[in-house]
Design a protein around this ligand. Structure first.
Ligand SMILES: [Zn+2]
Length: 281
């Protein structure tokens, strides 16, 4: 839907839509999503932007009104019922499908029993992560990574969890979001890091292959990806806006990275407020 005149757009926040830039050093293209509305953001750089929370929150899954948002956008009943809100999604090595206790076995079959990728990314330094194959490159853009390299492909989400646990012995699985937002991230040779980790963790990788089968965990020879973000000025000091404390967030838009808006008055992680009904001007 298009913006009509200067009337504010209003709707429930969803994850920003991000598309990689096309061409060399072209920044990613962002759209703010409010319900069904898409508001292109790149052209708003350098201009004032105001977001006002109306006080309402709607569950991203069922649409029900909820006083509080659980797991970034769910009502409490959905948070307790949905497989996608279970702890095994964050810790895939704890998948309990085979115990017959998956909250939604059909959902699990569709989402977890699918090829997953183990990747290295550089968001605030080297990190390891996992993603469903279909989520590339969105996953890296959501994290504000400037580089990414898929290194292994596995058959299931649980297997990707086992591999990630192994890699966490040698490399972080976290992004330091403050460092990511300050833009002080040094480019790395991800292929060299991959080869170093493969050799450092070769015993562990062999053990996993023994358990899951030689063909279950496949090394990839992918081309490293680079991402650029629409940022005019990186913040020197990070202060965060929070709708729960201050429903009106205003400032000049200085940049967008990951799921963060950088305003001259502070940054805001929009993902944290998924489902919040917001008016944008
Ligand atoms: Zn719900």
């Amino acid at each position: 839907m298009q913006r009509v005149g200067d009337a504010p757009l209003q709707g429930c926040l969803r994850k920003m839509a991000i598309e990689p830039g096309t061409g060399v050093q072209a920044p990613a293209r962002y759209s703010l999503r409010l319900g069904e509305h898409y508001l292109p953001l790149n052209e708003r750089l350098g201009q004032p932007l105001s977001l006002t929370w109306t006080g309402a929150i709607a569950c991203t899954h069922c649409g029900r009104a909820t006083k509080k948002s659980f797991a970034q956008g769910y009502c409490y009943p959905c948070f307790k019922r949905l497989a996608q809100c279970d702890t095994c999604i964050m810790k895939p090595e704890t998948c309990h499908y085979y115990q017959g206790t998956c909250r939604e076995p059909e959902w699990g079959e569709k989402h977890c029993f699918q090829p997953h990728i183990v990747y290295l990314a550089n968001s605030s330094g080297l990190k390891v992560g996992i993603t469903r194959k279909t989520q590339m490159p969105t996953r890296w853009l959501d994290q504000g990574a400037i580089q990414a390299l898929p290194i292994l492909e596995v058959d299931t989400r649980q297997q990707s969890g086992f591999v990630e646990v192994l890699f966490k012995e040698a490399v972080s699985d976290r992004t330091n979001w403050r460092a990511m937002l300050k833009g002080e991230v040094v480019e790395m040779d991800l292929r060299a890091e991959r080869d170093r980790l493969f050799s450092e963790l070769s015993d562990g990788l062999r053990q996993l292959a023994d358990i899951h089968g030689d063909s279950a965990i496949r090394k990839l020879d992918a081309t490293p990806l680079q991402f650029d973000y629409p940022v005019e000025t990186f913040p020197r000091k990070i202060t965060s806006h929070n709708f729960d404390k201050q429903p009106q967030v205003e400032g000049v838009l200085q940049g967008i990275k990951g799921q963060y808006l950088m305003l001259d008055t502070g940054v805001i992680n929009l993902r944290k407020f998924t489902g919040y009904e917001v008016a944008v001007n």
